[in-house]
Design a protein around this ligand. Structure first.
Ligand code: WT7
Length: 670
């Protein structure tokens, strides 16, 4: 609908009631077009009206025992739970007394009926190879690889690092861990050797599963070499490295430590009974950035996580047996965990996995895949959508996208222009869009439309999912008024919430549960409109969101100061049309070192090497000093304004040396 409605809203008034925020906040503040699900979509959907959503949401909040007790029956429990929830903030236990196995829920239970020969995973490699694994085949591969793990003495509770390209074996390795009760920690293939080393040491992994390499835009990513570098000369707990042959390039094989995946399979058979795990036993660790230099090992457990993954695939993606569902996220991020592997497989759906980039070999690769496999449900990130918009509509027009029935986005606020383009050009104007807000910590969708029920407006993730008691509050915990910006909090535990930070109880308490007693603070700022829709504004802590990837400013800073030329560094985000945010570094060099363009380039490379290509700075600026308050705190507010090219606003009276600002604003010393 209607331009009329959009014109009716008063931009002035809206701007007054809410403070300014992220780059696209202007259009987000005035957007008011409403899109209702079509009668045709609603009729077939599991939840088909707002009344039904509201009734279920109310029950999930008021009577969680009843609501989740019922929903959890859709999982296969080896031993039934006796109590739904035990909550002593910040520690939640869900489905107490219950035992289950994740791989059994994702595989074995589908083998008794018609799903046995249904595609579980459809895979396309970047160079174009295709593979389909039915539920029966995937089950067999998972059992075999679980036996390989056992052969290498991996036991219940052990940590397994998975550093792999986007190939079915990555999912097989994950599921194999769950089969024997080992915990996995998947590391995104875009992370460096140093990042691998930090994670190996933090979680105490005794085995790494990797590949010789992976493909990315026609080039080979040297995964095995990165693992070798991570383990070089270090006293690490790693005893075994299993290498899958993907690219076939030469790799070093360390005698006594490294083994080939395909060789190992020769020693094992395909029978492996799933281990019944306590509902609260640890399932995986996934590292994510926080506001300190050290990534946090987010811990998820078994029953609650799997239930939420399955439930959101059922209600938010409305997945059916005849859907071909494609989540474009990498398996190294939580989206890949929950929405490429665990959620869809638990539900018995068909999940498509693609190894490559959206613009390789050409800008229509995604559309080509959608056409070829007749994808029906498609889940991607706003940053990708903006890239497609830039590349132009002709790439889309070459392909028949009429199979699509539902679209989703995740990772950052979507600007209304991108939403409209997605809706009209990709969805042909007929597909509902679910803009899903959640985090690594939340395990699955938290604020999201229900596609057959919720009216959507471009830019809002709309309303809380079942069991989610979300609110926007001021610093004292008081709910703010309509359209006023505040902090997004969750006031009740939910099944897939993180259970801790690996090895750091105190940080878990401090990072999430200390701002407001008894409530989870998500790190995001948001506002709520008069319909109750949540509009996420973005991180308000020192965490950046670069192309939907989380990056701590402190992490980049600590990488910069590890370079011998750098004395001090401060990193901020600046609005970026494509990536949402770009990384800008302010650097002072040590005595006797001369700053130069070359040094700037070298520092960019250095950050890339320390953290990985995901963290590559967009710009490095030098100055004789960084702007600080009299107490020595770096004034990030000013740096952000300088980075964005804005004139310095606000109070600078506490600033130590005003000349610094002029110098930084002018682009640095050189
Ligand atoms: C942060 C979490 C959830 C998987 C991908 C990212 C931002 C995420 C949305 C959305 C606005 C969003 C938030 C959040 N974010 N989805 N739909 N609308 N912002 O996971 O790396 O843990 O990052 O991403 O700022 O806190 P993550």
């Amino acid at each position: 609908m209607s331009k009329k409605a959009a014109a009716k809203s008063s931009p002035k008034k809206a701007a007054k009631t809410a403070p300014k925020a992220a780059s696209n906040s202007k259009s987000l503040m005035t957007e008011s077009r409403v899109f209702k699900p079509s009668a045709e979509f609603s009729k077939k959907a599991r939840i088909s009206s707002m009344a039904q959503y509201k009734k279920m949401h109310e029950e999930s909040i008021k009577h969680p025992d009843k609501f989740f007790g019922r929903e959890a029956k859709e999982l296969h429990w080896t031993k039934p739970f006796t109590k739904v929830l035990d909550w002593k903030c910040p520690n939640a236990k869900w489905f107490i007394g219950g035992k289950l196995n994740v791989s059994e829920n994702c595989l074995d239970r589908h083998l008794d009926g018609p799903r046995k020969s249904k595609a579980a995973l459809i895979w396309e490699g970047e160079p174009g190879e295709k593979r389909v694994l039915t539920y029966q085949q995937l089950h067999r591969e998972v059992c075999r690889f679980a036996n390989v793990l056992k052969r290498h003495k991996v036991k219940k509770g052990d940590r397994v690092i998975i550093y792999m390209p986007m190939i079915p074996e990555a999912a097989i390795a994950m599921l194999a861990c769950t089969r024997i009760g080992a915990m996995h920690s998947v590391i995104f293939g875009g992370f460096s050797a140093e990042s691998i080393k930090d994670r190996v040491l933090d979680c105490g992994a005794k085995i790494i599963i990797t590949a010789d390499g992976g493909y990315r835009r026609g080039a080979v990513v040297p995964l095995k070499k990165n693992v070798d570098d991570a383990l070089k000369g270090k006293d690490t707990p790693v005893e075994t490295v299993v290498v899958y042959k993907r690219t076939g390039q030469d790799v070093h094989i360390e005698e006594g430590r490294d083994v080939w995946w395909h060789r190992e399979l020769e020693y094992v058979d395909a029978r492996c009974a799933p281990v019944a795990m306590d509902s609260e036993s640890p399932l995986f660790i996934l590292y994510t950035s926080g506001s300190t230099g050290k990534p946090k090992g987010i811990l998820h457990t078994t029953g609650g996580y799997l239930l939420h993954a399955q439930m959101t695939c059922k209600y938010v993606f409305d997945l059916r047996d005849d859907d071909v569902y494609w989540c474009t996220a990498d398996i190294g991020w939580v989206t890949g965990h929950t929405y490429m592997v665990y959620g869809p497989l638990a539900l018995g759906a068909t999940s498509l996995m693609f190894e490559g980039a959206p613009n390789w070999p050409e800008n229509d690769r995604f559309w080509k895949i959608i056409e070829e496999y007749a994808v029906t449900v498609f889940y991607t990130a706003p940053t990708a959508i903006r890239a497609f918009m830039k590349w132009g509509d002709e790439w889309l027009k070459k392909h028949d996208l009429s199979s699509l029935r539902l679209l989703g986005t995740v990772g950052e606020p979507i600007n209304p222009e991108a939403w409209m383009w997605y809706h009209n050009k990709v969805g042909g104007g007929k597909c509902p869009i679910v803009d899903t807000w959640w985090q690594t910590e939340t395990g699955g969708h938290m604020i999201t439309p229900i596609p057959g029920a919720t009216p959507t407006t471009p830019g809002t993730a709309t309303l809380p999912f079942f069991g989610v008691d979300a609110a926007i509050v001021d610093d004292l915990g008081k709910e703010v008024g309509v359209n006023e910006q505040g902090k997004l909090v969750i006031r009740k535990p939910w099944p897939s919430m993180l259970r801790g930070i690996w090895g750091d109880k105190k940080r878990y308490q401090d990072a999430y549960w200390s701002d407001f007693k008894g409530w989870y603070f998500a790190g995001d700022g948001a506002r709520r409109d008069k319909q109750g829709n949540f509009w996420i504004i973005g991180r308000i802590d020192d965490v950046l969101n670069v192309a939907g990837h989380r990056l701590g400013t402190a992490e980049v800073e600590s990488a910069l100061v590890s370079h011998p030329a750098v004395a001090e560094a401060a990193v901020v985000g600046r609005p970026d049309e494509m990536k949402g945010q770009g990384v800008v570094c302010f650097v002072t060099v040590k005595e006797g070192i001369k700053s130069s363009r070359e040094l700037g380039e070298e520092l960019k490379k250095h950050v890339r090497k320390v953290i990985g290509p995901v963290a590559t700075p967009d710009e490095v600026r030098f100055a004789a000093a960084l702007p600080k308050t009299r107490s020595g705190k770096i004034m990030r507010r000013l740096l952000k304004q300088i980075a964005a090219g804005e004139l310095i606003k606000g109070d600078t009276t506490t600033l130590e040396d005003i000349n610094v600002i002029a110098q930084l604003a002018a682009g640095g010393e050189d």
